[in-house]
Design a protein around this ligand. Structure first.
Ligand code: HBI
Length: 364
């Protein structure tokens, strides 16, 4: 085992990205935002970093020292059943990314995996350089669950999640497990003390987001609802719009962070109605950063973020009546408390420090 001396705590890190799309295309969803913010922190702290990413990534290649790998994208895990066999396309991008990683592993102190895929977990024992695995969703696949459990047993302390509730969806894991939460660049979000009479929804337009319940709130309260996010499931959208023809709803599309926060900051609250165990819910901390309280079902990541009654309200899952009651209580929330929570818990430096601690624990 090479004897690593953390002189001046300088780390040489190799981040291996998700194989479902190039960085900056939005296909990588929340894990793209996480990778961006963690990379920014480690670069600002003076560590050495390289990012292995799919060809066609849009980030600044020089700034992030990105090496682009060709190959066919991996199928997104959410589209598979729990018992679907692991599949590898010909000329697999995932395999090519990990072949590159194997070939240069000795130049780094630590490899960090951001892919939610079986292969990197299976390959871990074949590597000499330690690998930290950041798991970006709840349990979706039996084969991957087993591979994660095996790595946690053979290499304790190398599995990280966003939240405990996300981690709890997996079984047979060996502690210690790490919960990193998340972080955003707060300078991109502007506090607003006096909102308009409107509510917001943020995130991919897809069934697991439960948008029909937000439409029901708009219909019952007649408060205008602004919806923003990638149109992922058009049929689902058409169905829920037809189910609530009278709801005062406006779909604004997928906006840049700046355009999105200009709308969200003027809202009385962000509504989150997840039907699945949301691993985290970056949209919740984006709203808090603008001083916007979050009303969410008490399910998954949002339940670990929102301070009930102080920075928003946690509602009995799937209870539209509970959401409507919470909307009537919004005036009791001090919007500056929302911004303050974001500054304390979810800044780039707070998030980066959590990852640095994790990495140093692994390397000790
Ligand atoms: N699917 N197969 C696969 N691999 C990933 O890394 C992956 C995914 N689906 C979604 C996803 N990553 C990210 O968008 C989420 O982790 C946020």
């Amino acid at each position: 085992m090479q004897n690593i001396t953390l002189s001046s705590n300088h780390l040489k890190l190799l981040f291996v990205s998700t194989p479902v799309g190039g960085l900056g295309t939005g296909l990588g969803g929340g894990v793209e935002l996480s990778l961006y913010n963690i990379a920014k922190y480690f670069l600002e702290q003076g560590h050495t970093l390289q990012i292995v990413a799919p060809e066609g990534s849009l980030w600044d290649k020089a700034k992030f020292n990105i090496v682009e790998i060709p190959g066919n994208l991996q199928i997104i895990a959410q589209s598979q059943e729990r018992d679907t066999p692991v599949t590898m396309p010909e000329n697999s991008l995932l395999a090519n990314m990990w072949e590159y990683t194997r070939s240069c592993q000795h130049e780094y102190d630590l490899i960090v995996n951001f892919a939610y895929d079986w292969l990197p977990f299976y390959l871990t024992p074949f590597f000499q350089t330690p690998i930290a695995h950041f798991v970006s969703m709840g349990s979706l696949s039996n084969a991957l669950d087993l591979a994660i459990a095996q790595v946690s047993k053979s290499y304790p302390g190398t599995i990280g999640f966003y939240t405990p509730s996300q981690g709890a969806t997996f079984t047979n894991l060996t502690p210690p497990l790490y919960y990193l939460s998340s972080g955003i660049d707060l300078s991109l979000y502007e506090f607003c003390a006096q909102p308009k009479e409107q509510l917001a929804c943020l995130g991919r337009i897809s069934p697991e987001k439960g948008l029909e319940d937000a439409l029901a709130v708009a219909a019952q309260t007649n408060i205008p609802l602004k919806i923003m996010g990638k149109m992922q499931d058009e049929a689902y959208w058409q169905k829920i719009i037809n189910d609530y023809p009278k709801a005062p709803v406006e779909y604004l599309g997928f906006l840049s962070t700046d355009k999105m926060q200009q709308v969200v900051r003027e809202c009385k609250a962000l509504l989150m109605t997840p039907k699945w165990v949301e691993a985290f819910g970056n949209v919740a901390i984006e709203a808090l950063a603008c001083g916007v309280p979050v009303i969410s079902y008490a399910r998954g990541g949002p339940a670990e973020i929102i301070q009930d009654g102080k920075t928003g309200f946690l509602v009995e899952p799937d209870s539209v009546a509970g959401l409507v009651d919470a909307v009537t209580l919004l005036d009791s929330i001090d919007r500056y408390e929302c911004r303050k929570q974001a500054e304390i818990e979810f800044s780039l430096s707070a998030n980066g420090a959590r990852f640095l601690q994790w990495f140093e624990d692994i390397l000790r």
